[in-house]
Ligand binder design. Structure first.
Ligand code: AMP
Length: 403
């Protein structure tokens, strides 16, 4: 790597999509960003924003056969901006990989063995890991000489103690099938917990933070001195909080009941719990803006969905308060956490005895910056800290290849 190689391309591959950002780690500047969607269909679409030049968003539509063709199209768009992937300034490609099991505790330079290990984890991440592997193969194909780094969604949570990571089921059965709690959204929890410490003017080692990542998928984590000690997602991203379309926690016997008494197949139950539950299952909408609008119009189903969402959130705040013993900050992040003031207000309401208070005026302020929404006298800081998973992936990738 040459000393002026400071750019990192971040790739997030889905089964039919490819999201990307090109960052310059010399100053953290975002040079370009975009998305290819509906890969493999007639109606594929590439949307590219040349951020460095401040130019207009460009779109291409028409068939893009596979991920190789998608990355080739992205490379052409970048080259048109003078940011080609053959540039000596490109230091590495950082890949978001959803499941790294217990093995991958840190960003990892990709080798054939690493890809084989990510493949071995497919049974616990059947939707995500195959797509991530496709992204890795595609990028390796395009730039075989360039370091490729895997940044795992699960890595930040590998510090959880066994008491939090194990389910109370037969140990042999659990181990034989890799059944344990892994947690997800790890790059976000890592980034937001660190940024929260920064907002408090402290080092990450000095503070205990409850991070609430509330997007369409949602998860909470308890972070003690910079290390995750518990998180709400488990073997898969289905456990924990009420989400846009996922149920979160429920009695496991519900599955047995649905199978025995409703005659539902495994795939039908999977689809019910992952795609037709959570907010959408409760009220028909998974967008918090729409739910708030309906509540304002007096819609009772939307109001109940909101209450169930907030009740679960509050339970996790209490649980993680107990796990941590002492809490310095509660940080809200992601689409709902960063934008929905009513969710933040309701989640913390009634927790004054725990030192948690939200200032109504501060809570209403809209901003893209990390900020406190608790009054100065509050014992526990309540913060809104915008997440930035791409920057975190690029930072971890660059740190590995430049060390
Ligand atoms: P994410 O997965 O982090 O992109 O979050 C997406 C979700 O954030 C959407 O489904 C909405 O529920 C929520 N969201 C985005 N913008 C707003 C907003 N301005 N107010 C309330 N909720 C929002």
């Amino acid at each position: 790597m040459t000393s002026n190689a400071t750019r990192v391309l971040v790739l997030n591959s889905g089964s039919s999509s490819l999201k990307y950002q090109l960052l310059d780690m010399a100053d953290g500047a975002r040079l370009a960003a975009g998305l290819v969607e509906r890969i493999g269909e007639e109606t594929s679409r590439l949307a590219h924003t040349p951020l460095a030049s401040g130019g207009d968003k460009r779109e291409r539509t028409g068939p893009i056969a596979d991920h190789d063709a998608a990355l080739q199209a992205v490379a052409e768009e970048l080259a048109a901006d003078g940011l080609g992937l053959d540039s000596p300034e490109l230091a590495a490609i950082g890949h978001r990989v959803v499941h790294g099991g217990s093995e991958f505790t840190a960003p990892t330079l990709i080798t054939d063995e690493v890809v084989a290990e990510i493949e071995r984890l497919i049974p616990v991440a059947p939707l995500h890991n195959p797509a991530n592997i496709t992204g890795i193969r595609t990028a390796t194909h395009l730039r075989p000489d360039l370091p490729q780094v895997a940044v795992f969604d699960t890595a930040f949570h590998t510090t959880m103690p066994e008491s939090a990571a194990r389910y109370a089921i037969d140990t042999e059965t659990a181990d034989a099938h890799m059944i344990r709690r892994y947690g997800f959204h790890g790059t976000s929890h890592a980034y937001v917990s660190r940024e929260t410490a920064k907002l408090l003017g402290k080092a990450p080692e000095e503070v205990n933070v409850i991070v609430l990542h509330l997007g369409n998928g949602a998860s909470a984590s308890a972070v003690k001195g910079g290390r995750c000690v518990d998180t709400s997602m488990g073997l898969t991203p289905l456990e924990g909080l009420v989400m846009g379309t996922r149920s979160g926690d429920l009695d496991p016997a519900v599955l047995l009941h649905l199978s025995r008494n409703a005659g539902m197949s495994v795939d039908e139950i999977d689809s019910l719990l992952n795609k037709k539950s959570g907010l959408i299952g409760l009220c028909g909408d998974n967008d918090m803006r729409e739910i708030r609008r309906r509540i304002d119009e007096g819609d009772e189903r939307a109001a109940l969905a909101f209450d169930i969402y907030v009740h679960r959130l509050k339970k996790y705040i209490g649980a993680y308060y107990a796990v941590l013993g002492k809490v310095d900050a509660v940080a809200f992040t992601a689409g709902v956490g960063e934008n929905a003031a009513p969710v933040r207000e309701a989640a913390v309401a009634g927790l004054e005895e725990l030192g948690l208070v939200v200032d109504a005026g501060l809570n209403e302020i809209r901003s893209g910056e990390p900020r406190l929404i608790s009054p100065e006298y509050a014992r526990v800081a309540v913060a809104v800290v915008p997440t930035d998973e791409e920057l975190e992936i690029a930072t971890q990738t660059y740190a590995l290849v430049s060390s």
